[in-house]
Design a protein around this ligand. Structure first.
Ligand code: PGA
Length: 253
């Protein structure tokens, strides 16, 4: 059985004191939930501090990005080993905001996934179509290409470490949520892709999260879908009470 995962992507929000307050708010507001992995992804500057506050709690920490090289002359970039060193165990890779604003390609996503896994960071790989691609009807092909290039040449052992987040670009930060039918359709396709390109075991062990305007008001319905193993939450993760409500809305297992 896959353990559900609820991750909060704080994006470019939260100073160090604010980040500490938020993670403490989650830690105190929700004591050791059973059968769920909870992850928060603060900005790089508060990664270490948040990891220290989250230590000895159920909360794991993620970075929001990683550079694809081990180290070297890359001014302003952050290596996977530094993220690990700061106490994080996960990293979000290929978020649509990075694809859109920083021109990240599927090939670059693949390099980042490899360097993350090499450094024992669990990648949360984001895929998803734009509104135009949804309307054109070729969204499944778009997502399959993101997966086939982004996860190219990974061994089955490494692939089973992945977390995939399906985030339709048109649903991120817009308040527009995909319908349960749309979500389940894509999640099923992602699972079928993993079975075909890796193995049934990999398909059964990889968590596939939904992201895009998830909040306490809609999370119960989304999280009860058979192929949805959790959520990647942006805006609604910036408030501990709201984020806790989302965790609590997971169906009992
Ligand atoms: P949102 O962001 O929940 O604010 O739509 C989700 C994400 O970008 O991961």
């Amino acid at each position: 059985m896959r353990v559900p995962l609820i991750a909060g992507n704080w994006k470019m929000n939260m100073t160090i004191p604010e980040a500490v307050e938020l993670v403490n708010g989650i830690k105190i507001g929700l004591r050791w939930p059973e059968d769920v992995d909870v992850v928060v992804a603060p900005p790089f500057t508060s990664l270490k501090m948040v990891s220290e506050v989250a230590k000895d709690s159920y909360i794991a920490v993620s970075a929001q990005n990683v550079h694809h090289e081990e180290n070297g002359a890359y001014t302003g970039e952050i290596a996977a080993s530094f993220i690990k060193d700061a106490g994080a165990n996960y990293v979000i890779i290929g978020h649509s905001e990075r694809r859109q604003h920083c021109n990240e390609t599927d090939e670059l996503v693949n390099k980042k996934v490899r360097i993350a896994l090499k450094n024992e960071l669990k990648p949360i790989v984001c895929v998803g179509e734009t509104l135009e691609q949804r309307e054109q009807g070729n969204f499944v092909e778009v997502i399959e290409k993101q997966l086939s290039v982004g996860l190219e040449d990974l061994t089955q052992v490494l692939a089973s470490e992945l977390v995939i987040a399906y985030e339709p670009v048109w649903a991120i930060g817009t308040g527009k949520v995909a319908t349960v039918t749309q979500i389940e359709e894509v999640h099923e396709k992602i699972r079928a892709f993993l079975a075909k390109n890796f193995s049934e075991d990999v398909a059964n062990s990889v968590r596939v999260l939904y992201g895009g305007s998830v909040k306490a008001e809609n999370s119960k319905e989304i999280l009860s879908l058979p192929n949805v193993d959790g959520a990647l939450v942006g805006g609604a993760s910036l408030n501990s009470a709201g984020f806790i409500e989302i965790i609590k809305s997971l169906p009992p297992r």
